[in-house]
Ligand binder design. Structure first.
Ligand code: NI
Ligand code: MN
Length: 230
């Protein structure tokens, strides 16, 4: 099981032979780890409609036949754009997929597709992989106290960029609520308005919490360690 950071909030999760992409914003991101044409995908999870998350979903789904997993409004939009394989969900719902269980959880943000179509509610994803490893992708969100329900996940990917999402202070509060074994900061540094000193944030996290802060560069891959084996 591997998690590769593709830049911003784009992720490539590999579980056995399955490829799962999350928020594949690549062709318009100068810091993206790869071009969308180079990726294989079996599933694409989309958190909300903004261009820096929806990204290359349509072209990757059409080329690969990947199943787009998203909230009903975004799935309808993808279908209208000619995507054949989709799975519509909504907040609080979960589904068992071949790589694990995906739960659609709240995010406090907004959601409009690049052409102005309303995208329903923005979401985050709580994923329980085969074997029990739990991952929380907060995606674009403000801090909210119900993050306590994701307490104890093995990996939490949290935005720290500020302006459009939580900034460093609120993301640190989120770590104190969630108590993840590992926290991976994301959604910073893509453009100057969301630049942050990620090493300073790592120092704060590791001084003030028991979580390990894993700073990933775009393109970097992490082997996910099963907490049940520790
Ligand atoms: Ni957004
Ligand atoms: Mn965003």
């Amino acid at each position: 099981m591997k998690l590769r950071f593709l830049g911003h909030n784009a992720w490539h999760l590999t579980v056995e032979s399955l490829s799962i992409l999350i928020d594949p914003f690549l062709s318009s991101n100068s810091l993206a780890a790869c071009s969308p044409d180079s990726l294989q995908a079996d599933f694409i999870l989309v958190s909300h409609g903004h261009g820096d998350h929806f990204g290359d979903t349509i072209s990757i789904a059409k080329r690969t036949g990947a199943i787009v997993v998203s909230i009903a409004e975004i799935v309808s939009y993808c279908t209208q754009q000619g995507v054949k394989s989709t799975l519509a969900m909504n907040l609080g719902g979960s589904v068992q997929l071949p790589f694990g269980k995906v739960k659609m959880v709240p995010a406090i943000h907004s959601s409009t597709l690049p052409d102005g179509t309303p995208g329903g509610s923005p979401v985050g994803f709580l994923i329980t992989l085969k074997g029990g490893l739990r991952l929380y992708f907060a995606c674009d969100t403000a801090l909210f106290s119900d993050m306590k329900f994701f307490s104890g996940v093995d990996y939490a990917a949290l935005p720290i960029g500020d302006l459009f999402t939580m900034g460093p202070d609120d993301a640190l509060e989120a770590v104190k609520i969630i108590h993840p074994r590992n926290v991976i900061p994301c959604h910073y540094g893509t453009w100057p308005p969301i630049n942050q000193d990620v090493q300073a944030w790592k120092v704060r996290v590791e001084k003030e919490t028991l979580s390990k802060c894993v700073v990933m560069k775009s393109g970097e891959e992490l082997s996910l360690v099963n907490s049940l084996l520790r």
